[in-house]
Design a protein around this ligand. Structure first.
Ligand code: URA
Length: 243
């Protein structure tokens, strides 16, 4: 007979998990956002695949660009970072997600969006019937601000040419800004997220949409529903797919 006296089983925590899953199920219309299939697990990007090196008009590649800038000391964050977090994913991606700045997990691993907010982003991408390996993910800042404080204007100004060049090299068909910091940096505005969401913007001719930062969804799960609407719209804009 099964042992029902399992000391590790926390009924309240399990009920909270079940409740969160049910809320997600409603918010994301039952897509496999809730329990992502194993295929959504983070897989290392195979840098030997032909897509790994994309030649830009000037003959540069994302990989060589990364090598050029990875020891950057243009701003004081270069002194405190553990790792420079350049970006990850398909260097020829059609969709580029731009976040704010690396956090603790990203700083430790040298990869963008690999902590709790990253896990959520991975699930969102999965719910869009895409994978992290198909899209490109990066941040405005390439180095972690101490204690995850907001990026400072001088740090954004120092790092901005790197993001601009990344966009030039990846040449996405659509950019998705995750949160206001990315939107403010690329759109040169200080509008609220509420005003920026739901509109089709342009970054130097590339269509750009804005949605909530995944970390905001962790704090306010009620934003998930709107985020899902944004992602359905993005997918439809991108290739006509109706999610
Ligand atoms: N938040 C971000 O904006 N970027 C990351 O890479 C991780 C968390």
């Amino acid at each position: 007979m099964a042992d029902s006296s399992n000391q590790d089983f926390d009924v309240d925590e399990t009920l909270r998990d079940v409740r969160r899953c049910l809320e997600d199920l409603l918010a994301f219309e039952g897509r496999y956002f809730i329990v992502p299939p194993a295929s959504l697990a983070l897989a290392p990007v195979d840098s030997d695949t032909p897509a790994a090196v994309v030649e830009a008009d000037d003959g540069g590649s994302l990989e060589s660009f990364q090598q050029q800038i990875c020891d950057c000391l243009r701003c004081p964050l270069g002194q405190t970072r553990k790792n420079f977090v350049f970006g990850s994913g398909n260097p020829g991606a059609d969709i580029m997600f731009v976040g704010e700045a690396p956090g603790e997990h990203e700083d430790r691993q040298g990869l963008p969006f690999v902590g709790p907010a990253g896990e959520l982003l991975t699930k969102i991408i999965g719910a869009m019937k895409l994978s992290r390996e198909e899209v490109y993910i990066c941040n405005v800042l390439k180095c972690r601000p101490p204690n995850n404080r907001d990026p400072q204007p001088d740090e954004v100004a120092s790092c901005e040419p790197y993001l601009q060049r990344q966009i030039e090299l990846v040449r996405p068909r659509i950019i998705c800004c995750l949160g206001r910091h990315a939107a403010h940096a690329l759109l040169k505005t200080d509008s609220s997220l509420g005003r920026l969401r739901g509109r089709l913007h342009q970054y130097q001719g590339t269509p750009l949409v804005v949605t909530y930062h995944p970390a905001a969804l962790l704090h306010n799960p009620s934003y998930k529903r709107d985020t899902w609407e944004d992602m359905k719209w993005l997918r439809k804009l991108h290739d006509g797919t109706e999610l």
